[in-house]
Design a protein around this ligand. Structure first.
Ligand code: 6GU
Length: 227
């Protein structure tokens, strides 16, 4: 998978993909993340990319021309499965969307800043609008990093047995069960007997039970769609 990210603050995206699982995904050639500065595509003086909004009001709007030139220049090089705009008024990001995006080949992600981008770009170029939750960030960059991480780790070959996505929270609308490691007795606090039983049936039943219990307690809304 290849992901092109367009931003006016490329520095914000310098390190999130340089470590851990995202680094391994790129080292293995399973994921390519390219961060581009929108200012490199503007035809205006002083690398201008934003302007006052028509109708008045505080806050700048990202101008259509730099965005259109940037998007079109990338489209000349490859076909994009989705052109995603990160915006608090987009569709709420969740595991199902990450699963779906992980099956695509080329994604473009546009990070909004200031008051957002000119509506005509949304109408004519953007194919998908994503929000990562009901709060406002100062820009779409951190949200884009969240999407790239959630999607990147799902690409075939990125995770191994130890980091497998099979038992992730949300993967089947259940939260993950509690986990323990050595020692089996830490200051008198004991690991549940079931996990020490050595019987995979007993272990699985315990995990399923705890996943259900935890979901019931913390996220009963998830259980309505759990099968
Ligand atoms: Cl995608 N962008 C911004 N600026 N704020 C957000 C968001 C995105 N998702 C939640 N809050």
């Amino acid at each position: 998978m290849r992901i092109d990210i367009i931003t006016v603050v490329p520095g914000l995206l310098e390190s999130p993909f340089a470590h851990s699982i995202m680094k391994r995904a790129q080292d293995k050639g399973l994921l390519e993340v390219h961060v581009h500065n929108l200012r490199d595509f503007t035809p205006y003086k002083h690398a201008q990319v934003d302007d006052y909004q028509f109708g008045g009001g505080a806050g700048m709007v990202m101008m259509p021309e730099p965005l259109a030139l940037c998007i079109e220049s990338f489209q000349q090089q490859r076909t994009y499965d989705e052109i995603i705009y990160m915006t608090p008024d987009g569709q709420r990001f969740e595991q199902k969307i990450a699963n779906r995006l992980s099956m695509k080949g080329n994604l473009m992600i546009i990070c909004g800043h200031y008051k957002g981008i000119d509506e005509r770009i949304r109408e004519h170029y953007i194919t998908m609008e994503i929000s990562i939750g009901d709060y406002v960030l100062s820009g779409g960059e951190l949200a884009a990093a969240v999407v790239v991480d959630a999607v990147g780790r799902l690409l075939p070959g990125v995770l191994n047995d130890e980091t497998s996505a099979l038992f992730d929270s949300f993967q089947d609308d259940l939260l993950a069960p509690p986990v323990y490691t050595r020692p089996a007795d830490f200051r008198g606090w004991k690991v549940p007997d079931e996990l020490l039983s050595g019987d995979p049936k007993i272990v699985d039943a315990w995990r399923q039970d705890k996943a259900l219990e935890r979901t019931q307690q913390r996220r009963p809304d998830l259980l309505e769609r759990h099968d």
